[in-house]
Unconditional design. Structure first.
Length: 301
């Protein structure tokens, strides 16, 4: 099962000054909108009635979930043992850059059953609308109906070759290839939904042709956001794994990266918290299959 995570460059959180190679946050571009604007918008709409489009989404939990995501984007949770992690990565980027746009998008989906964001038209299927709010045994995602609704909408709308044989949602498909996100699909979502220019190196099967990927990544962190596409099976080894599949299964978004003679140290957001890992440089090269470098577009783009 493909699992997708995010490593998001430090565009929001402060960086430890003692770590070499840390990006200068003051040099990064400004956000499209602010959290304050999003909260003012949500306050202006008043209490939500129950939606006729999403029968299993409770209005107060829905709005509370949206407010939590806007206040604490790092708390966003793609769910245990789902294939929603690629959508979690997109959502984390969106919440950091355009919380007002996110709030308006979610309100339209809830009240109208469809929405348009940056020219992308979302019109989720009846099966998806019925499923949102019912997902269980997914950890914290169980009590976050807005995230369930949004991830299901993204998976229903965006398709890649991994979704070819399973294109219509059935209960439980959040764990199957129906929800999977290949690398080209992830970058397509980022280019369409985010106010970023996205340059990608790598693929689902072939690693980037870089002698020192850590140096390339560190350079890009100085001016933008970096999303890495990793082989999670070798990053998180399990004793019972007899076969180490040499394909990427994990999206990650970097806070910082530092290399010395013996190791590469990375710090990243991971399911609502920050993780610090240290690996050998050659091991790091084996991990990385994709590097997506995102920089803010001009206002008129």
């Amino acid at each position: 099962m493909l699992i997708f995570f995010v490593l998001l460059a430090a565009t929001v959180l402060s960086q430890p000054a003692a770590i070499p190679g840390t990006p200068d946050i003051s040099a990064l571009p400004v956000h499209t909108s602010s959290a304050d604007e999003a909260f003012r918008y949500l306050d202006s709409i008043g209490p939500l009635p129950r939606s006729k489009h999403w029968p299993n989404v409770r209005p107060q939990l829905f709005i509370d979930n949206i407010k939590l995501n806007i206040e604490k984007p790092a708390s966003i949770y793609p769910g245990r043992e789902t294939n929603f992690c690629g959508y979690g990565a997109i959502s984390y980027l969106l919440l950091n850059d355009d919380p007002l746009g996110y709030a308006k998008l979610m309100y339209s989906l809830y009240t109208e059953g469809r929405a348009v964001y940056r020219g992308v038209k979302f019109n989720p299927s009846a099966r998806v609308k019925k499923a949102a709010g019912t997902l269980r045994f997914k950890g914290v995602l169980d009590i976050r109906p807005a995230e369930q609704l949004w991830y299901l909408c993204l998976a229903d709308h965006y398709k890649g070759y991994l979704n070819f044989f399973n294109r219509r949602y059935d209960p439980g498909d959040e764990n199957t290839m129906w929800a999977a996100v290949n690398y080209a699909k992830f970058n397509r979502m980022a280019r369409q939904l985010l106010h970023y220019n996205v340059k990608a190196r790598g693929s689902d099967l072939v690693r980037p042709n870089l002698l020192h990927p850590d140096a390339y990544i560190n350079e890009k962190l100085q001016s933008g956001t970096v999303v890495l596409y990793l082989n999670n099976r070798i990053l998180h080894k399990k004793k019972l794994d007899k076969i180490k599949i040499q394909i990427p299964t994990h999206y990650v978004v970097l806070h910082w990266i530092y290399r010395d003679d013996h190791s590469v140290t990375i710090r990243y957001w991971d399911y609502g918290s920050q993780t610090l890992r240290q690996v050998h440089p050659e091991f790091f090269k084996r991990l990385v299959f994709g590097i997506s470098y995102c920089t803010k577009k001009n206002k008129d783009e």
